[in-house]
Design a protein around this ligand. Sequence first.
Ligand code: ADP
Length: 621
Amino acid sequence: MNEVKPPKKPLMFYATIAAMLILVMNLFMLPRVRKMTVQDVDYATFMSMTENRQIGSVQIDGDEILFTNADDTRLYRTGAIEDPELVERLYASGAHFSSKIYEDVSPIVTFLFSWILPILIFWLLGRWLSNRLMSREGGPNSLMFGMGKSNAKIYVHSSDGIRFADVAGEEEAKENLTEIVNYLKNPSQYQEIGARMPKGILLVGPPGTGKTMLAKAVAGEAAVPFFSMSGSEFVEMFVGMGASKVRDLFRQAKEKAPCIVFIDEIDAIGKKRDGGAFGGNDEREQTLNQLLTEMDGFESNNGVIILAATNRPESLDPALTRPGRFDRRVPVELPDLQGRIDILKVHAKKIRISDDIDFEKVARMASGASGAELANIVNEAALRAVRSGRRFANEADMEDSIEVVIAGYQKKNAILTDKEKWTVAYHEIGHALVAAMQTDSAPVTKITIIPRTSGALGYTMQVDEGNHYLMSREELENKIATLTGGRAAEELVFGTITTGASNDIEQATRIARSMITRYGMSKNFDMMALETVNNQYLGGDTTLVCGAETVNEVDRQVETLIRRQHGKATELLTRNRAKLDELAKHLYSRETITGEEFMKILNRHEEGKSENASPDAATAS
Ligand code: ADP
């Protein structure tokens, strides 16, 4: 957008010249006009001046008489009254009659002011308004904020731009995009053989996995300009404006080719067009149509490559994803363990850290975190280090910031009653103990009963070893049992239950429901899909695809499944009551205990462990 425009002289410049010309003409080409201030006098003065022959020129103008003194240096005015002899008397006094004693302005100036000037003003105003409305400059100065203008952010390549090396993990995506970089660097190699580059590439994946970064990195690697615009920015107040923005974006891109155009959140404009009972969304459809037209309109070999990002690929209009448009799809998934380690390292380079940080341990704890979350964790660790007056961030900072990102800050002013604190301690130990007593559960790494700003009064952190891609039925069941462990402990110890289990209940139900409706883990339905996932990347909301009767049956089975695991948890805790009490007491006094501490206390009582070596077998009976 650093186009150089020929400097335009403002219109006012020409207008001033014209006005000056007219004035000069006015001055030189017309008889000089007397310009005197008029003095109003009464009729008697006029009469006496007439009699005393003191009048130079006189002009009778309707009911007004203008006259000058004998040597024409002063101008007077008086009202005319009915006086038939006036003319004669004036003659006698030697005054001479004139029709032009006094004229305020020349006729040209009058004409100018009464005709040309208003027209000029309106014309100028009109031009200014239309300029502001349709301003190519856009920007906040424009009345309509530059409607119809793309406002694309352009990053011209620079040596410090983002490169592939800055995007950690995501090896497959990078590999996929390397081809584009090669093409942009050396198009003739592809053209010679007749290979056609995809015009559009869709980066799909959950939020915060580095899609924007990857797109920028492609531009950075290929050293080409990068235009970036978010799908939602195309959506405008007026129909047709979005389409005009698309046109403008592509016009700019073609001028700067070879280049990368990046459209973030393309689903905002690229959603499936549905016939819509209410006529659909015209503006969005027009914008989408314009995008499709533009994509068809340019040759894939002209060097404009469009990258688009979305986390709702399933909602995109099929017209967008057909060959010739966004025909290549590059998945950008959540990072695996190695990816997380790499991302943490990349971001840790930007802050001062102590040498002894075990990135693998931190990465394990942050399982399921996206690149953006990991970047946040590292930054949070640096902030913590500053807060505690240290010059380096250490591993404890990292671990704590994971908790902050997962569970929110510690809520310093939340004061639990003693009873509540005991309840929370038992609840958390209930989870931890049930988890530890089962074979297929992830090990407990931390238990805390310090309330968090997220509302959690305590939590038990379990960290999986390594990557987990498949979950067995037993693992899922154990997870449900672990989730019910908190409530089970409360029942067992206090004989009553509290609201503290609401989150556990939600999670347990979700797992149990998925087991039955999506994973085919029930006897009755075999491999029948009862639910479909609407969105693979965003929380995975689902839609039931079964009949009303089946829904009832599903509910019944979910309940049975959870009830069975709840029973298992209660049984495990009953059998290990002594450990439960001891650990809860320990947690109550310490408020936070690590996984190792927990295991140490647990292993002191060896007798319980062997009994429960196979908890599933125990509950199956
Ligand atoms: P998306 O476009 O997928 O939502 P972004 O590319 O905007 O995600 O990523 C947001 C931020 O998260 C980036 O600025 C970067 O700091 C961090 N990030 C995400 N993924 C990675 C990654 N793979 N490597 C390094 N940093 C990452």
